[in-house]
Ligand binder design. Structure first.
Ligand SMILES: NC(=O)c1ccc[n+]([C@@H]2O[C@H](COP(=O)([O-])OP(=O)(O)OC[C@H]3O[C@@H](n4cnc5c(N)ncnc54)[C@H](OP(=O)(O)O)[C@@H]3O)[C@@H](O)[C@H]2O)c1
Length: 295
């Protein structure tokens, strides 16, 4: 990874942070994108202290806002000629119904649309690399969503007007994670003949990061027990969760592989929907129209 430039969304905390440290350790230059300003600057400074000045940079950007994604992409393209690895990692689980400035439901906006936009905007930079890699961080939760409901992309049917619902949040999350898989597979098709590869990863279940901190009541209590027990046993640390991110981003074993889904650094079956051509293409067209803005 010596000298390679890797952009990691959600790089301030959790598995994105672990991935940034691991890639910097392997010699990469890491660019961290996050909406957590203080935490992002702290992670950048820690990496630079440990691996040398200029090894990490930090970009403050709220992925829920497509205008900010657009400004970030413009700035990044001005500052760098090429990009070797793009890791679409940032994600959320919010039990509260929230919409982006463009009116898109938060899970859909952050986990899918922002990354759809960023990947498209940065594709020319990945093409300029000798062998650009794109890593899409999905989840096994994508298998809980049977399909994409184009009449209810914001999962409003599940929230039923409620301000807070864990059931609806899980539906919105698994829906967004299925979008990640469909996007990865469609992009893989569209990249045939290019030197860029794209793969998806699942970090495993209940990785002990901050992603679950917005849970309320019994869900918060239950998840604390599961996370706490896993942490004591060393089963679900962010370091372990990030292994597949790092593998897909840097391992020689993955060279030339594209369109695959990895968990624990091993290839795994995706939802059968991943092979649904019509669904993939329709999601692509709808996403394109939702993010449309010239660079
Ligand atoms: N943890 C798990 O059990 C698990 C399981 C399967 C898949 N995953 C996936 O793994 C990925 C990483 O999750 P994690 O567990 O490492 O979560 P995390 O610790 O919460 O880290 C995610 C990072 O992304 C940032 N972020 C969230 N929304 C953002 C936005 N709108 N703009 C910019 N940055 C944003 C977060 O900031 P804040 O902390 O300020 O929100 C945080 O720094 C996600 O895609 C998640 O869906 C996680």
């Amino acid at each position: 990874m010596n000298g390679k430039l890797c952009l990691i969304t959600g790089g301030a905390r959790g598995m994105g942070r672990e991935t940034a440290f691991a890639l910097a350790e392997r010699g990469a230059r890491v660019a961290l994108l996050d909406w957590a300003g203080e935490e992002g600057a702290r992670t950048r400074d820690e990496i630079n202290r440990r691996y040398g000045r200029g090894r990490a940079s930090f970009y403050l950007c709220d992925l829920s806002d497509l205008d900010q994604c657009h400004s970030f992409a413009q700035r990044f393209r001005q500052e760098h000629d090429s990009l070797d690895v793009l890791i679409n990692n940032a994600g959320i689980t919010y039990p509260e119904y929230r919409v982006s400035p463009q009116g898109n439901e938060f899970h859909f906006a952050i986990c899918h649309l922002a990354h759809f936009f960023l990947t498209s905007a940065l594709l020319p930079m990945l093409e300029a690399s000798a062998a650009g890699r794109i890593v899409v961080v999905s989840s096994e939760a994508h298998k809980s969503c049977e399909s994409i409901d184009f009449d209810d992309l914001h999962c409003a049917r599940y929230w039923k007007g409620k301000a807070i619902s864990h059931t609806a949040a899980f539906r919105a999350y698994s829906h967004a994670k299925l979008c990640n898989i469909l996007f990865m597979r469609e992009l893989h098709e569209r990249l045939q003949g290019s030197t860029i590869t794209v793969n998806a990863v699942s970090p495993g279940f209940f990785v002990n990061t901050g992603i679950h901190r917005e849970m309320r009541g019994i869900f918060r209590f239950g998840s604390s027990l599961v996370f706490g027990a896993g942490q004591i046993l060393g089963l679900n640390t962010p370091q372990k969760g990030a292994r597949s991110h790092i593998y897909a981003a840097s391992s020689a074993e993955v060279t030339g592989l594209s369109g695959c889904y990895f968990e624990q650094c091993r290839e795994k079956a995706m939802s059968p929907e991943a092979d649904n051509n019509e669904l993939r293409k329709r999601l692509w067209t709808v996403s394109e129209s939702l993010v449309s803005r010239p660079l």
